[in-house]
Design a protein around this ligand. Structure first.
Ligand SMILES: [Zn+2]
Length: 330
């Protein structure tokens, strides 16, 4: 390397920080750019300067700080979880010792054990789980709740577990199953069918609840009635589900169709139920009389008619708005 090149390198090395900050004169800038093209050493210095820019350093440091903070929090939550689990063990051990000393069996002990499991599921599980905290908490709590129901039922002579457990699962499912199914890792073919899975799950538990309650009462007549009424309303629920989820239409059109469907169901569900249950043909709407608001049949007919007319108007308006909007978009 000759003297001139060494001198150029020295100048460029001095200029590079200014060049990087865009703070040198146009002449110096051109000089640096020309030199970098032919000098590997100075080009390397410039690249290093680029990699160690203030922004990069701040970014690296801040992710480091965030990671350390998250780790610290995880450890703290983990410790809190362990302490609570330890505290929950105390009543379990005490009841166990008392039960053994009394020789009265382990019935009460099992109920306390299940109750502590339930408290643990609500506190320790969310503290100690890293992923899908809410879903795991729900699943563990429901399992613990089923244990409580089982052991309380055993304590009372047994035989009532399914009668309480099935409606409990149904009730909890209607609110919380979507959160659980969202956290589930399903095969590829099912990942976009989580809403459908939720609908199927809830439908199954609704029918199971009706069956369990009616079979417990030993009433086949009630079972038939329950299944007919449930089916009429589940049909509406499934229709609404398919329209919202799978129909490819403007949201206004969907809302309009659903409004009309709901008013039709309001007006005719009772008549259809009576036809299917008692084989009696009746049409409540025929008793419509807006001058009579004292007779129960007339009041029903008046309300159904108003609902039908209002729902029909709102539904048709929504569909018209939807049609106009989708035509405008096209
Ligand atoms: Zn150089």
């Amino acid at each position: 390397m000759d003297k001139k090149n060494i001198r150029d390198c020295d100048i460029v090395q001095d200029l590079l920080p200014l060049y990087y900050d865009d703070a040198c004169s146009p002449t110096s800038r051109e000089f640096v750019e020309q030199h970098i093209l032919s000098c590997e050493k100075c080009k390397k210095t410039y690249e290093e300067l680029n990699n160690h820019s203030i922004e990069n350093i701040i970014e690296n440091e801040s992710t480091g700080v965030l990671e350390r903070h998250a780790k610290k929090e995880r450890t703290a939550a983990y410790k809190a979880g362990l302490i609570i689990a330890g505290l929950l063990l105390l009543p379990i051990i005490i009841t166990f010792i008392c039960s053994m000393a009394n020789g009265g069996g382990l019935g009460v002990f099992m109920v306390v054990l299940a109750s502590m499991l339930f408290i643990g599921a609500m506190t320790v599980v969310p503290l100690m789980s890293m992923k899908n905290r809410f879903a795991k908490t729900i699943v563990c709590s429901v399992i613990a709740l089923l244990f409580i129901i089982f052991f309380v039922d055993q304590l009372n002579g047994g035989g009532g577990f399914t009668l309480i457990a099935v409606p409990t699962i149904f009730g909890i499912s209607t609110v919380f199953f979507p959160f659980v199914v969202r956290a589930l890792r399903l095969p590829l073919a099912l990942t976009d069918k989580k809403a459908l899975i939720t609908m199927c799950w809830d439908t199954v538990w609704l029918y199971l609840t009706i069956c369990v309650v009616c079979i417990h009462d030993n009433s086949m007549e009630e079972l038939r009635t329950g299944i007919i009424v449930a089916t009429i309303f589940m049909l509406l629920a499934w229709l609404i589900f398919f329209i919202t989820r799978y129909m490819s239409a403007n949201p206004y059109i969907k809302a309009g169709i659903i409004t009309i469907l709901c008013t039709i169901w309001t007006a005719f569900a009772n008549d259809v139920s009576i036809l299917l249950i008692d084989h009696k043909k009746q049409l409540t709407l025929l008793s419509v009389d807006f001058s009579n608001w004292s007779d129960a049949a007339c009041v029903n007919a008046n309300v159904y008619t108003l609902a039908l007319v209002l729902g029909g108007i709102i539904g048709v308006l929504l569909i018209i708005v939807g049609l106009i909007r989708s035509r405008r978009r096209n």
